[in-house]
Ligand binder design. Structure first.
Ligand SMILES: Nc1ncnc2c1ncn2[C@@H]1O[C@H](COP(=O)(O)OP(=O)(O)OP(=O)(O)O)[C@@H](O)[C@H]1O
Length: 280
């Protein structure tokens, strides 16, 4: 993948970006330097429900931005607050202080799939398409594309509660991508994926970035770090950003991916919650 020129942004961090923003119809519009999503000075503390139990301070003056065509990783230990941060970015959780500015549409893939057990995969997609206000032609086109890219065509008429965990997990990002959002926020999206689907996921991600989608991914997977343009690390409430030098980011084909000898998935396991493997 050709990396565009680095530009300096609102947060003062050099980032990669595309020269155009996809508008969801296949056409493009001129890019601006404004981030697709920008959070500044976020504070979040969970109050304790129990007397004498401590409150949990999760975010302390956290700032983050994601631009069009940028792939951003969010990393940190279990319980460091990554999901809390993402929920605030999406708007499903309110911060105590700070601001979030959103430009364009957002797709969100929560850590736990929010799907209806009794619907089939196709019915699920139809339901969300209705909510997004997508035409039936566009919906069917998107469904065919996503099912092909993530490899679940044969399960379109299977009920959600009868899918394997890995196949259910494929429906989750599909719902988030159905309306072709400007920004895609994914909370550990590939837990349960087999190796082929994991590669297909990154292949899809790279195509979306090429089209101008800004993507934020919560990942526990150390081997994924060189895929990101920028990484935010959350530790003790502090969010710090680091940027890879131009040309360092690897794509799906090449080093760090399918040729990564460290990746045990090639033996046929599935990816677990911490980016390790279970299986085969
Ligand atoms: N609704 C809540 N009420 C009280 N505390 C909460 C609530 N949600 C999360 N927490 C606490 O806030 C902290 C951050 O949780 P969060 O789920 O954001 O972390 P995380 O980095 O996403 O974790 P993981 O990597 O395990 O998914 C944890 O200590 C968690 O126990």
């Amino acid at each position: 993948m050709t990396r565009p020129d680095a530009r300096t942004t609102l947060d003062g961090v050099a980032h990669s970006g595309r020269s155009a923003i996809a508008d969801g119809s296949g056409s493009t519009s001129p890019a601006t330097d404004a981030p697709s999503i920008a959070a500044i000075g976020l504070e979040k503390t969970y109050d304790s429900w129990l007397p004498f139990s401590p409150t949990v301070e999760v975010l302390d003056d956290a700032s983050l931005s994601i631009h069009s065509g940028e792939l951003v990783g969010i990393v940190g230990e279990n319980g460091s607050g990554k999901s809390t941060l993402m929920q605030i970015l999406v708007g499903t959780l309110e911060q105590d202080a700070g601001t979030v500015e959103r430009r364009g549409t957002i797709g969100w893939c929560p850590q736990e799939p929010l799907l209806y057990d009794r619907l089939t995969v196709r019915e699920t997609i139809h339901l969300f398409a209705e909510g997004y206000g997508i035409s039936s032609d566009r919906r069917d086109e998107q469904l065919a594309w996503l099912a092909d890219r993530l490899g679940y065509e044969q399960y379109l008429d299977t009920r959600i509660d009868r899918l394997s965990g890995g196949n259910r997990q494929k429906v989750n990002p599909s719902v988030a991508l159905l309306h072709d959002p400007d920004v895609l926020l994914l909370d550990e999206p590939y837990t349960g994926f087999d190796w082929e689907t994991y590669l297909a996921f990154w292949d899809l991600t790279d195509d979306l970035v090429e089209r101008g989608t800004g993507i934020g991914i919560i990942s526990h997977f150390v081997q994924d770090r060189d895929r990101f343009d920028r990484i935010y690390e959350l530790q003790d409430g502090i969010l710090e950003s680091s940027t890879l030098e131009d040309g360092q980011r690897s794509g799906v084909e090449g080093e760090g991916t399918s040729e990564n000898a460290d990746y045990p998935e090639q033996a046929g396991g599935v990816i677990d919650d911490n980016g390790g493997t279970e299986g085969p």
